[in-house]
Write a protein that binds this ligand. Structure first.
Ligand code: AFP
Length: 334
């Protein structure tokens, strides 16, 4: 008889038992993220039916059009974490400022940063979407957290991960001891351990990049993509291009099969598009924990000292060898 699959809750309890000082708060936080994933997945499944697709007509802090589902997902995170005593501050890619909790509300020791709905242009065409989260610890007792407390290097994250809303819903996370993936079984409403100790291959055969931006890239980046497309049996080229427009889905594919995701800086916009605290840092931690690498092209993502909440950063992430090859091109060594 086969073993009964391990649920997220059982896995969390088991992991907690390995940390004698654990109070259970972190375990509750992860379970709550799992719940958020169920709620968002439920909304996304009905999105085409209940007329919640499309735009609100407003623009967010990044100057981008807000989808109704962006707002719905953002509210879901806020409702799940405000007032339950697990966090003391929240930061959302969709909100200009940090959300602090009223002083008389229960305060937890964690701070949560999240991108509530990544790849939201995919909402109208039934393509994959994701949510990304980053967990930081607040250690001061003398005052409530301020926005500056959220500006921590990626290496200081205590946990990070993502929810992927694709053909199935997945929760993938790391708490600094490997990366574990859980798939939601909709029949029983439970996340089951489907990918224990995920390891990214050292080199892949897939690249994910928006090639429509080629004319904006530096010569080094243009040469790298040409290199990937040039056949060479010994190094497994040409690579296959796969780009969904959802960072979570693209990085997930690469985490499983290897390769590289690139959202490079551009000549007129060297900072690129993606957000350091909401996208690059959490995915950087996940990929590093799986044995991969995350870089701007010139430095490790997790070592960047953030200056502001919505800071953008170029992102080259994936298999170690592939990211190192990109770095050789962007640094003029190839
Ligand atoms: P949103 O979080 O605003 O939906 O952004 C999506 C995203 O940051 C990321 O998921 C994609 O990889 C990337 O943008 C796609 O951007 P382009 O449309 O410029 O290729």
């Amino acid at each position: 008889m086969g073993q009964f699959p391990l649920t997220l809750s059982r896995f969390i309890i088991r992991s907690q038992a390995e940390h004698p000082g654990a109070t259970g708060e972190f375990s509750s936080l992860l379970s709550q993220i799992g719940l958020v994933g169920k709620v968002i997945a439920h909304d996304l499944r009905r999105a085409g039916l209940i007329n919640i697709l499309g735009t609100t007509g407003e623009t967010n802090v990044q100057g981008e059009t807000v989808k109704k589902l962006d707002e719905i997902a953002n509210d879901t995170f806020l409702r799940a974490f405000q007032g339950d005593g697990l966090v003391c501050a929240l930061g959302s890619e969709e909100m200009e400022q940090m959300v602090s909790l009223p002083e008389n509300w229960p305060q937890g020791k964690y701070m949560l940063l999240f991108d509530p709905l990544d790849g939201s242009s995919n909402t109208d065409c039934n393509m994959p979407l994701g949510s990304i989260f980053s967990v930081l610890k607040y250690t001061r007792a003398d005052r409530p957290p301020t926005e500056g407390d959220l500006l921590k290097k990626g290496v200081e994250q205590v946990a990070a991960g993502y929810l992927l809303f694709g053909s199935s819903t997945m929760l993938v996370y790391t708490a600094g001891h490997g990366v574990h993936g859980f798939t939601l079984d909709p029949g029983i409403g439970e996340y089951l351990l489907s990918h224990e100790r995920m390891q990214i291959p050292e080199r892949g055969k897939v690249y994910a990049v928006n090639e429509g931006n080629r004319h904006k890239w530096t010569p080094g980046m243009q040469r790298y993509i040409e290199f990937l497309k040039t056949p060479d049996k010994a190094t497994g080229r040409p690579y296959s291009g796969r780009y969904s427009g959802c960072l979570v889905a693209d990085v997930h594919r690469i985490l499983l099969g290897g390769g590289v995701y690139l959202y490079p800086g551009e000549v007129d916009k060297p900072e690129g598009k993606l957000r350091l605290l909401y996208e690059a840092n959490p995915l950087g931690l996940v990929v590093e924990q799986a044995g991969g690498r995350a870089s701007t092209g010139t430095m490790r993502i997790l070592d960047i000292e953030p200056k502001k909440l919505h800071q953008r950063v170029p992102l080259i992430i994936g298999s170690r060898d592939d990211v190192e090859t990109v770095e050789a091109f962007t640094q003029g060594r190839a």
